[in-house]
Design a protein around this ligand. Structure first.
Ligand SMILES: [Fe+2]
Length: 293
């Protein structure tokens, strides 16, 4: 069997894929609860807590921590936790604060209010930073909950490697179509006649230099152009079906204060939420160029 990094994602290498697939499914968590690790202080993990988080990320590309830090707005919490897991380089977008960490909360006005993460609306399936250029690929995302909403604000989560397996098992040609470099294009963002962000064409699935699978995707219909050929359209329809129905692979949960999600940028959604004092949702979001160690 071929043991090259990434051989499992080579459509020509069925044996490598089958071996990787069997191991992945055998170790995959059966429930959201299996992803949760209690941590005493997220700013300073114990070796055992760190190991437990890394082990879950290795199995499912995500882990959830639960800590007594709820209500504490200190941004050092996500920053230091990220560092402990090997997450060093933050992707700063122009809506993030200067430290690169975005305080996701309902913005009533201002620039942020125009962007869906800063509203209380639901957000469809996506991976973060799908519109980033290749040199700024978001490989990991950390969400830390300071305060929850009165109602709603849950996340559905799906390991993108599982989505890959589901698609490849249905039809390997779906994978071929979604690995094409022109599968999806994010149109340029023009503001006041100026190009704020050039158009970005790229694949949905790609394999990095270390052999890890990366996924760029959004179910949003606006600000995205999909390749119009039949192969891409069929692959997209299959992916939508997978994402649109409940399955043992999709986990739903809500981050409570002090909890957080560490992930290798897995597929996720957010349900709509309503704030009512004293419950005003505040989630810190940090995006990184590294994967979890
Ligand atoms: Fe997101």
């Amino acid at each position: 069997m071929d043991t090259r990094a990434g051989a499992a994602f080579d459509l020509a290498d069925k044996a490598a894929y089958q071996a990787w697939r069997a191991a992945k499914l055998a170790h995959f968590p059966k429930s959201l609860a299996e992803l949760v690790v209690e941590v005493r202080d997220p700013r300073a993990l114990s070796p055992g807590e760190r190991r437990a988080l890394l082990e879950r990320c290795a199995r499912a590309n995500m882990a959830i921590y639960a800590s007594p830090a709820g209500g504490d707005p200190d941004k050092e919490i996500p920053r230091r936790l990220g560092l402990e897991l090997g997450l060093r380089e933050l992707d700063s977008n122009y809506l993030a604060d200067d430290d690169g960490i975005s305080p996701l909360a309902l913005a009533e006005r201002g620039t942020r209010a125009e962007f869906i993460p800063y509203t209380n609306r639901g957000i469809k399936w996506h991976t973060d930073g799908y519109y980033n250029p290749v040199g700024r690929t978001v490989r990991a995302v950390l969400l830390h909950c300071v305060a929850r909403a009165e109602t709603g604000g849950e996340n559905d989560l799906l390991d993108h490697e599982i989505a890959y397996i589901q698609l490849r098992d249905l039809n390997p040609q779906y994978i071929g179509a979604l690995m094409a470099g022109d599968a999806m294009t994010i149109p340029a963002r023009i503001e006041d006649g100026r190009v704020e962000r050039p158009a970005q064409a790229g694949p949905v699935f790609s394999v990095d230099g270390s052999g890890f699978l990366h996924m760029r995707y959004t179910a949003r219909a606006v600000s995205i152009e999909w390749k119009k050929d039949a192969a891409t359209q069929a692959a997209l329809a299959a992916l939508e079906t997978i994402l649109g129905r409940a399955s043992p692979w999709i986990f739903r949960g809500r981050l409570e204060p002090g909890m957080g999600l560490v992930s290798n940028n897995v597929l996720h959604t957010r349900t709509p939420f309503t704030d009512a004092a004293p419950h005003q949702r505040l989630i810190y979001r940090a995006r990184y160029y590294q994967r979890v160690a």
